[in-house]
Ligand binder design. Structure first.
Ligand SMILES: Cc1ncc(COP(=O)(O)O)c(C=O)c1O
Length: 391
């Protein structure tokens, strides 16, 4: 078979092989603890499931949704943004329902980039940014997220010549996988720079509701001037544990939303209208429905941080997301460590290198199982660490 060149530019997808390997281990009787994918074990809120049950029985909601989708969902998303961030968006012209935010993030590149155009992707980072840029024929600039910049992308580091050629920047705070958050002063600098260089800023915000200890994650549109350059992506996946339902949306200035709509109108026909109906209910009741999960996530975070420290790891307590980003001792490769964790101890982790070479030296823990299981997993990881140090 002859495949397109663009296919060979795509690196292997990090989560692709894990489910099969996990099944093999379980079949062998191993007590597997899966801290790999960002997919919590708890169900979507019961009332959202009930809304979905009823919506599924309505014939009108079984029809093609097209990009327009369910007006109720557009209304609920705009109302939620107003309530949550104090920003106003026209539900018809400035919002677009997505089949989960992943496809929107990836498809955006097709609307923005000409072949060879530069796009900044954080590394480690969510793979849809890199994939979208490569599929669009763009040239990714992989910006390393390291403790030096507190895991922030400092665009000035690229220098004026390169910046003048950048068309698109992906940013994600609260961040997957590093769990870093972005200070307002930083976001203001980014927006100013994007305006100066006419760069489209794709602000990926699926973790904005998973915050702890009083921290409130902003929308990029809280920054003055952001409307000129930004498009923001939201998702119901993480906040409501609805990963498989595939529902999110993009918000931004009408021209940008129109451009993404145009691409998508040739690729998909929008999320199931019944899912959008249930999503509208979820957003209208977001604060009440998310609160119990936040208590649970904070409990898990605290248990895992304490147990990992006791097991010999240096581990910070993040203010947001459902992840811990844990450094490894010098010289221990993340893929080696996570392979041993899986093969010897039945603990599924993602190596930092799975998020791009810039993630080397770390592994990611997803807080997707109860606190006791996280403590047990941490104890086992301590054994792997001791073995790695002795080797
Ligand atoms: C940073 C980031 N962005 C976007 C997504 C996509 O979420 P979804 O497509 O389920 O809305 C994820 C999911 O893991 C993510 O971690």
């Amino acid at each position: 078979m002859n495949f397109a060149e663009r296919l060979s530019r795509l690196p292997g997808y990090p989560l692709a092989e894990l489910p099969a390997r996990k099944r093999e281990l379980i079949a062998r009787g191993v007590d597997v603890i899966d801290l790999g994918a960002g997919d919590a074990d708890y169900p979507p809120p019961a009332e959202v499931i009930e809304t979905m049950r009823q919506a599924a029985g309505q014939t009108a909601l079984s029809k093609y949704g097209f990009q327009q989708g369910n007006p109720e969902f557009r209304r609920a998303a705009a109302t939620w943004m107003q309530r949550r961030f104090g920003v106003q968006f026209d539900p018809v012209r400035e919002l677009l329902p997505l089949l989960g935010s992943k496809e929107g993030l990836s498809h955006l590149a097709l609307a923005i980039l000409n072949p060879g155009d530069l796009a900044v992707v954080p590394e480690p980072g969510y793979q849809a940014y890199l994939g979208g840029v490569l599929l669009a024929g763009g040239e990714p600039i992989r910006y390393p997220l390291t403790p030096r910049t507190r895991f922030l992308v400092e665009l000035e580091d690229l220098g004026p010549e390169m910046l003048s050629r950048v068309r698109l920047v992906y940013l994600n705070y609260p961040n997957n996988p590093t769990a870093a958050i972005a200070p307002t002063e930083y976001l203001a600098r980014v927006v100013a720079l994007c305006r100066r260089h006419r760069i489209v800023l794709a602000y990926d915000n699926p973790y904005c509701d998973l915050t702890f200890d009083g921290y409130r994650a902003p929308s990029i549109f809280e920054i003055p001037g952001a409307r000129e350059v930004a498009i923001e992506f939201f998702s119901l996946s993480k906040s409501f544990s609805m990963t498989g339902w595939r529902l999110g949306w993009a918000a931004g200035e009408a021209q940008l939303i129109q451009a993404l709509t145009r691409v998508k109108s040739y690729v998909d026909t929008g999320p199931w209208l019944a899912v959008q109906q249930a999503g509208a209910f979820a957003l209208d009741n977001a604060e009440r429905l998310i609160a119990p999960n936040l208590v649970e996530l904070a409990r898990r975070r605290d248990a895992a941080v304490a147990a990992l420290r006791a097991a010999g790891f240096e581990c910070e307590t993040p203010a947001a997301t459902m992840y811990l980003w844990v450094p490894l001792p010098d010289g221990v490769l993340s893929a080696d460590f996570t392979r041993l964790a899986l093969e010897e101890q039945g603990v599924v982790l993602l190596p930092g290198s799975a998020f791009g070479a810039g993630g080397e030296g770390f592994f990611r823990v997803a807080l997707t199982v109860p606190a006791e299981r996280l403590s047990e997993a941490s104890r086992r990881l301590g054994l792997v660490l001791r073995g790695a140090r002795a080797a």
